[in-house]
Every structure is written in structure tokens, then in C-alpha cells.
Design a protein around this ligand. Structure first.
Ligand code: CA
Length: 235
């Protein structure tokens, strides 16, 4: 974990919230606080922290409902705060998706310890904010992963943001590393459905593909220019 873990505390009783905020922040965590379930969900929709501490007895939306709604868009770890023993059965028994619970009155140190345990358990989930799913593990020896069904390509685990023709161009060349394609061949094979193309179309796309690869990795420049002949992919 490089950044301090971020915790959202959802608790309407100010004294309890203050105690938790104090305990967690002295433990090196970044803490935010919401007193109401509705405001908390709004905040969570905008930004999901590393862990949520959630009071069951909130004045507007009950904590179980907050958790159920939260689970529709995030699997962030949740620790429930409960004042009543009979609520524990619901937390443990139902599939609310809680990771742990603490019964009031509790020691802030105990809560902080539980937070640390769960953060450690969540480990890999902490820093990862995946926007796109990770590429499959069938990477080629040259570092590329070709997902023909999804018409996309990854370089060393990162998806490339390619246009349709950029993708087709690179996918074609990946099919035959080392083979030199003339501009005319590329126009026919890649741009067969385009209205009008020229040598410049090919050159422009080769240029943007190169730029996109270099943007991911400055050392990644596998397309070779063969004067008077065309292009090939390093094979
Ligand atoms: Ca309460």
C-alpha cells in the first residue's frame, strides 16, 4: 500500500464518530465521515474508499439498506457498527455482504485493529482501480495480447486505445511478424471497407499506432519502415 488507506465512517452519533475518526487517523489512515446513509451513498457513488465503517442504526436509511445499495456498485469491505446483539444475527446470517462487525460499546483500538486486518486481507484490491478488465494471460512472446473477439490489443497487460483501422493494421501485422506489407497490400487488407484511402492513410495510421505504443512504453517501437517497400512488424 503506497497511499494511506482511505476509510469512510457512516455514523450519526457525533461522539462515536469522533472517537473512530481520531483512532483511525492516528493510525495513519485517511478518514472521512458521513452522518446520514443517503449522503454516504452519494459520496460512495462518486468515490469508493478502501473500507467503509457503517452504523446499522442511521436516522434516514438503515445501515443494512445502505450496504445492500452499496453492493450494487462496489465490493468495498464493510465493517458494521451495531448497538444490539439481535442485529448481529442479521449481519452474520444474511447475505448483506459485510466483512466484519463491532458491537457498541467497543474500543476504538479494537476497531482499528479489525480495519487493518480487513485491509490486509483485501490487499490487492486496495491500489487497483481497474477501468477496463485486465487482459487475458495469453500474452504472446512479443508482449502483445490479441483479443480477436473483442477486437482489441494489449501490450504487456495494458489495453491499447486503438481506432478500428489502427487495430486492424496492427492485428494484421502481428499475424505475420517479419513479413513486409506494401502500402497497397495494407490498403486492400485493412481498408477494404473504406471509401477512399491513399498511401498517406497508411502512413498516418502507422504513425498513430507507433505513438500509442510509445505512450505506453517508450521502448516499444516494433513497426519497421522499409523504404520503397512498406512496413513490417519486428519478428
Ligand atoms: Ca446510530
Amino acid at each position: 500500500m503506497t497511499n494511506p488507506p482511505s476509510i469512510l465512517v457512516i455514523e450519526d452519533e457525533a461522539a462515536i464518530a469522533d472517537t473512530i475518526l481520531y483512532a483511525l487517523s492516528t493510525d495513519g489512515m485517511t478518514v472521512a465521515h458521513c452522518a446520514l446513509g443517503g449522503a454516504a451513498l452519494e459520496r460512495l457513488r462518486a468515490q469508493v474508499p478502501d473500507l467503509v465503517i457503517l452504523d446499522v442504526g442511521l436516522p434516514d436509511i438503515n445501515g443494512f439498506e445502505v450496504c445492500r445499495t452499496l453492493r450494487t456498485f462496489s465490493d468495498v469491505p464493510v465493517i458494521f457498527l451495531t448497538a444490539r446483539n439481535e442485529e448481529i444475527d442479521r449481519i452474520v446470517g444474511l447475505e448483506i455482504g459485510a466483512d466484519d462487525y463491532v458491537v457498541k460499546p467497543f474500543s476504538p483500538r479494537e476497531l482499528a485493529a479489525r480495519v487493518r486486518v480487513i485491509l490486509r486481507r483485501a490487499g490487492t484490491r486496495l491500489s487497483a482501480q481497474p477501468v477496463a478488465p485486465l487482459p487475458p494471460a495469453n500474452a504472446r512472446p512479443d508482449g502483445f495480447t490479441l483479443d480477436a473477439d473483442g477486437a482489441r490489443l494489449a501490450w504487456r497487460g495494458q489495453w491499447l486505445d486503438l481506432t478500428r483501422y489502427e487495430y486492424r493494421l496492427l492485428a494484421l501485422m502481428l499475424g505475420h511478424p517479419g513479413r513486409i506489407y506494401s502500402r497497397a497490400q495494407l490498403m486492400e487488407l485493412v481498408w477494404h471497407d473504406a471509401a477512399d484511402t491513399s498511401d498517406r492513410t497508411v502512413d498516418t495510421h502507422v504513425k498513430t499506432v507507433r505513438a500509442k505504443l510509445r505512450a505506453l512504453d517508450s521502448g516499444c517501437d516494433p513497426i519497421r519502415t522499409h523504404r520503397g517497400m512498406g512496413y513490417s512488424l519486428e519478428g
